[in-house]
Write a protein that binds this ligand. Structure first.
Ligand SMILES: [Zn+2]
Length: 197
């Protein structure tokens, strides 16, 4: 499950899974923040490697931690909308979901959107595509899974990432023990191989 199953690409027309290129570029993304302590550590690591990332933020977290949100932007990273309360599009009503996204949009100024759990109903996808570029991923680190070791999280990335990959991490309390251990190693590994972020 490190790579999204192929059928999803057919279910979700018009969304971005990766950015195919001959250049050594990786796109790091961090979902579910901003989270005190965790997001600031991520920013410190990125800064040490001169790396830029995209943070798909939850509206409620932005409202709680505006200073941290501003730090992400000030340091030159990109921001994306990850809804206001992290609902699952397959489990809530269409109207509720779109309102939740709009609520997040009041505090997150971005035309990028990533759906929580990578799930969207066809109708919701169609509506959101008019307002956003929908960004999925081609490598998921599984840093959120506390049954997976940090070594395995690192291996998930190293085994699957390639030029132009979009890689998912989480700047959440749950993922932090694995993500914060793996991120410096990933940054070092790919910097030595000549990649930029
Ligand atoms: Zn999420």
């Amino acid at each position: 499950m490190v790579r999204p199953p192929t059928y999803l690409r057919f279910l979700y027309p018009g969304v971005v899974w990766n950015k195919p290129t001959n250049e050594k570029i990786l796109y790091l993304t961090f979902d579910d923040g901003p989270t005190p302590e965790v997001t600031s550590s991520v920013l410190d690591h990125l800064s040490l490697h001169n790396a830029k990332a995209t943070f798909f933020c939850i509206g409620e977290n932005v409202k709680k931690h505006p200073t941290l949100y501003n730090r992400i932007k000030t340091e030159g990273h990109a921001i994306g909308n990850h809804t206001n309360t992290h609902p699952n599009s397959w489990k809530v009503k269409y109207d509720f979901y779109l309102k939740d996204v709009e609520e997040a949009r009041k505090v997150i100024d971005s035309n990028l959107f990533r759906p929580p759990y990578g799930k969207l109903t066809p109708r919701t996808l169609f509506a959101l595509r008019k307002k956003f570029r929908i960004i999925m991923w081609d490598v998921i680190s599984c840093d959120f899974d506390d049954k997976v070791s940090a070594e395995q999280v690192e291996q998930n990335v190293v085994d699957y990432a390639t030029n132009g990959s979009i890689i998912v991490f989480h700047d959440s309390v749950k993922a932090a023990p694995r993500m914060l251990e793996v991120l410096p190693a990933i940054l070092k590994h790919y910097t030595e191989l000549g990649f930029s972020f």
